[in-house]
Design a protein around this ligand. Structure first.
Ligand SMILES: Cc1cc2nc3c(=O)[nH]c(=O)nc-3n(C[C@H](O)[C@H](O)[C@H](O)COP(=O)(O)OP(=O)(O)OC[C@H]3O[C@@H](n4cnc5c(N)ncnc54)[C@H](O)[C@@H]3O)c2cc1C
Ligand SMILES: Cc1ncc(C[n+]2csc(CCOP(=O)(O)OP(=O)(O)O)c2C)c(N)n1
Length: 599
C-alpha cells in the first residue's frame, strides 16, 4: 500500500502554546500517549537521542534484548498474545537490518507491530555514511507502510499514524525511520486530534447483498465447511464464530494461524486442514460443496495443488483485505469486511433465510464422523528406544492447560504442537506460519510473557531453531521474564530430515546437528541454559517427563529450559506431499485413506 507521508498531521507553527520537545522526547511522549507500556530494543548511535528520555519515562518499560531480531519477534509475541500493538526499537544500519526478518514475519502473519529505527543525519543520507542503510527501501515490500521522518515536528503524527495503520484493517508491521537530526531538533509537540490518512480506508462493513447471498448458499449447501483463518483471531471474533457455527451446524476447520479460534473440544471442530492437517479436516474441505472462508487466505499449505482444490465447492470468501479475495481461488460470493461484523450479520441473515430450519447435512456429518473414527490423530512409538516427541508435547499441553500460551518454533515440533496440544481459546497459540521463521519461539514467548505476565508461557522449540535466538534467555533471566522452554531435541533439523527420508531416499545431507544423540552433544543445552541463569533440566525417559514439566510450572523466579532428548525418526503425519491434490493425503507411512483419487 502506498500512503502520502505529507498526509501525516503536522503541528502548527512556532508560537503556539504547545510544549517544545526534542524529537527524541516526542518519540517517548507519543508512545506514552498511545498507551504503550512495553518496548523491546537495543540502542546504537543513530537512535541514542531517543534512549536518553526513555530512561526517564515511568510509563514505558524498555526491555534490552541481545539481538534486534529478538526485539522484533518479542513485539510479535506481545501482539499475538494480547491483541495490542508490539513495539521494537533499533539503531540504523545493522540494527535496522537485524529487524528485517521479524518485520517480514509480521507481514506474512498479519501481526500489528511498529518498528522505530534511528537513521543517520539527513545531511549524510545517500553518502554511505557510517551505519547507513536505506531501511525504508529495504522494508517497503514487507511493511504495511514505512515512514521516513526528517523533521522533529512530524514525529507525533508519524508515530500516531503508524499505530493506526498497524492495528486497523489487515494488521501488519509499520516502520518509522527517524533521522538523528530530527531526534535532536526541537519542535512544539502537537498530538494529532484525529488521524486522517488519504488513500487508507479499510472497509469494515460488508455489503448486505453479499451477506444475503452467502446466507442462501449456507441454507442450501449439503456439504458446507467453515474454513477459519488467522483473521478470526486478529478480529477477536471467536465468540461470533461459535455462534454462527452452532446456528448452522456446519463443520469447522482452523488453519495453523487460527488454532484456538474455535475450541478443539467442540464437537463440530474437525481440526487443522492442510499439509499436516487431520484427515477429516483436509477431506472436508476437499469434498465440500460450500467453503465459507473466514479470514483465511487459501495458502498453498492448505490447498495443496490449488487447481485441484475442492473441485465441487462454491466459495464464500470473507476478508478485510480485498487483495486476498479471489487471489488463489475465485470467490462465488466475495465479502470484504471485518470478519467479526460479517459473522454477526451472516448469522442473522442465515436465521432469516433458514426460517427456523437447520440445513440437512446429516449425511455429510455421518461421512465426516466416519473419517474421525477411522483416522484419529496419533503416532507410533519410535523403535530406537528414545522418547516420542509427540508424547512430550502432549504432556506439556495436558499439564499446563488451555489458559497457557504456547509459542512454537518452525519444523516438526511446530506441527506436533499444533496437533497434540488442545487449544480452547484464541491468542493461546503463537507461531510463524507464513514465513516459517526458525528462531521465532524464544523471543516470541518472551514478548507474550511481558504482555500476559499472569499466564504460563511455553516456548516449544526445536534444537535447530533454539540455536538461532536462545540468547534472549539472558534478557528473560535479567528482566524477570520467567518463560518455560521445551527443546524438542531430536539432534537434527527434523522437518528437513523428514523430507530427506521421504523424497531423497534417506540421504541425510547436513541435517544432523549433534545436539542430543551419541557421544557429541554440542552445545550441552543444560550447561548453556544454566549459563544464562535459567533452571535447566534434561529428560531422556518418558517416566521423567511429567515431573520435569511440573517443576517448570512451579518455578517462577527464573526461566526454565528442559532439554527433552527425543527420537530423530518420528515423523509428522498426516501429510499431503507438496504440490499435489489434497486427495493424496497420507495418514501415516504407506497409509493413504481409501477414496477416489483424481490425478
Ligand atoms: C512447516 C510449516 C507447515 C505448515 N503446515 C500447515 C498446515 O498443514 N496447515 C495450515 O493451515 N497451515 C500450515 N502452515 C502455515 C501456512 O504456511 C500459512 O501461514 C497458513 O495456512 C495461513 O493461515 P490463514 O489462511 O489462516 O491466514 P493468515 O496468514 O492468518 O491471514 C489472515 C487473513 O485474515 C485476514 N484478516 C485479518 N484481519 C481480518 C479481519 N479483522 N477481518 C477479516 N479478515 C481479516 C487477512 O487479510 C488475511 O488474509 C505451515 C507453516 C509451516 C512453517
Ligand atoms: C531461518 C530459517 N532457515 C531455514 C529454514 C528451513 N527449515 C524449516 S524447518 C527446519 C528444521 C528445523 O529444525 P529444528 O528446529 O530442530 O526443528 P524440528 O524440525 O527438528 O522439530 C529448517 C532448517 C527455516 N524455516 N527458517
Amino acid at each position: 500500500m502506498s500512503l502520502d507521508t505529507a498526509a501525516v498531521p503536522r503541528p502548527p507553527a512556532r508560537g503556539s502554546s504547545a510544549p517544545v520537545l526534542t524529537g527524541a522526547q516526542a518519540v517517548v511522549r507519543s508512545l506514552e500517549l498511545l498507551g504503550v507500556t512495553d518496548v523491546f530494543g537495543l540502542p546504537g548511535g543513530a537512535i541514542l537521542p531517543v534512549y536518553d528520555p526513555l530512561m526517564d519515562s515511568t510509563a514505558l518499560r524498555h526491555i534490552l534484548v541481545r539481538h534486534e531480531q529478538g526485539a522484533g519477534h518479542a513485539a510479535e509475541g506481545y501482539a499475538a498474545a494480547s491483541g495490542k500493538v508490539g513495539v521494537a526499537i533499533a539503531t540504523s544500519g545493522p540494527g535496522a537490518t537485524n529487524l528485517v526478518t521479524a518485520i517480514a514475519d509480521a507481514y506474512m502473519d498479519s501481526m500489528p507491530i511498529v518498528a522505530i529505527t534511528g537513521q543517520v543525519f539527513s545531511t549524510l543520507m545517500g553518502t554511505d555514511a557510517f551505519q547507513e542503510a536505506d531501511i525504508v527501501g529495504i522494508t517497503m515490500p514487507i511493511t504495511k507502510h514505512s515512514f521516513l521522518v526528517k523533521e522533529a515536528s512530524e514525529i507525533p503524527g508519524a508515530i500516531a499514524a503508524a499505530f493506526e495503520i498497524a492495528s486497523t484493517g489487515r494488521p501488519g508491521p509499520v516502520l518509522v525511520d527517524i533521522t538523528k537530526d530530527a531526534q535532536q531538533a526541537e519542535a512544539p509537540f502537537v498530538w494529532p486530534p484525529k488521524i486522517e490518512l488519504p488513500g487508507y480506508r479499510p472497509v469494515t462493513k460488508a455489503h448486505g447483498k453479499q451477506i444475503q447471498a452467502a446466507a442462501q448458499l449456507l441454507v442450501t449447501a449439503r456439504k458446507p465447511v467453515l474454513y477459519v483463518g488467522g483473521g478470526v483471531v486478529r478480529a477477536g471474533a471467536a465468540a461470533e464464530l461459535r455462534t454462527l457455527a452452532e446456528t448452522t451446524g456446519a463443520p469447522v476447520v482452523t488453519t495453523l494461524m487460527a488454532r484456538g479460534a474455535f475450541p478443539d473440544s467442540h464437537p463440530q471442530h474437525l481440526g487443522m486442514p492442510g499439509m499436516h492437517g487431520t484427515v477429516p479436516a483436509v477431506l472436508a474441505l476437499q469434498e465440500s460443496d460450500l467453503i465459507v472462508a473466514l479470514g483465511a487466505r487459501f495458502d498453498d499449505r492448505v490447498t495443496g495443488k490449488a487447481a485441484l482444490f475442492a473441485p465441487n465447492a462454491q466459495v464464500v470468501h470473507v476478508d478485510i483485505d480485498p487483495a486476498e479475495i479471489s487471489k488463489i481461488r475465485t470467490a462465488d460470493v466475495p465479502i470484504v469486511g471485518d470478519v467479526r461484523d460479517v459473522l454477526v450479520d451472516l448469522d442473522a441473515a442465515f436465521r432469516g433465510a433458514a426460517e427456523g430450519q437447520k440445513p440437512d447435512i446429516a449425511e455429510w456429518w455421518s461421512y465426516l464422523d466416519g473419517l474421525r473414527d477411522e483416522f484419529p490423530l496419533g503416532y507410533t512409538q519410535p523403535s530406537d528406544g528414545l522418547m516420542s516427541p509427540q508424547y512430550v508435547i502432549s504432556r506439556i499441553g495436558a499439564l499446563t492447560g488451555p489458559e497457557g500460551v504456547y509459542a512454537a518454533g518452525v519444523g516438526q515440533h511446530q506441527m506436533w504442537a499444533a496437533q497434540f496440544i488442545t487449544y480452547e481459546r484464541p491468542n493461546a497459540w503463537l507461531n510463524s506460519g507464513g514465513a516459517g521463521t526458525m528462531g521465532y519461539s524464544v523471543p516470541a514467548a518472551m514478548g507474550a510473557k511481558v504482555a500476559e505476565p499472569d499466564r504460563v508461557v511455553w516456548a516449544i522449540d526445536g534444537d535447530g531453531c533454539f540455536q538461532m535466538t536462545n540468547q534472549e534467555l539472558a534478557t528473560c533471566a535479567i528482566n524477570n521474564i520467567p518463560i518455560k522452554v521445551a527443546i524438542i531435541n531430536n539432534s537434527s533439523l527434523g522437518m528437513v530430515r523428514q523430507w530427506q527420508t521421504l523424497f531423497y531416499d534417506g540421504r541425510y545431507s547436513n541435517t544432523n546437528l549433534n545436539t542430543g544423540h551419541g557421544s557429541i552433544r554440542i552445545p550441552d543445552f543444560v550447561k548453556l541454559a544454566e549459563a544464562y541463569g535459567c533452571l535447566a533440566i534434561r529428560v531422556e525417559k518418558e517416566e521423567d517427563v511429567d515431573a520435569a514439566i511440573q517443576t517448570a510450572l512451579e518455578t517462577n523466579d527464573r526461566p526454565v529450559v528442559i532439554d527433552f532428548v527425543v527420537s530423530a525418526d518420528a515423523m509428522v503425519w498426516p501429510m499431503v506431499p507438496q504440490g499435489v491434490s489434497n486427495s493424496y493425503i497420507q495418514y501415516a507411512r504407506d497409509h493413504a485413506p481409501s477414496f477416489d483419487q483424481e490425478d
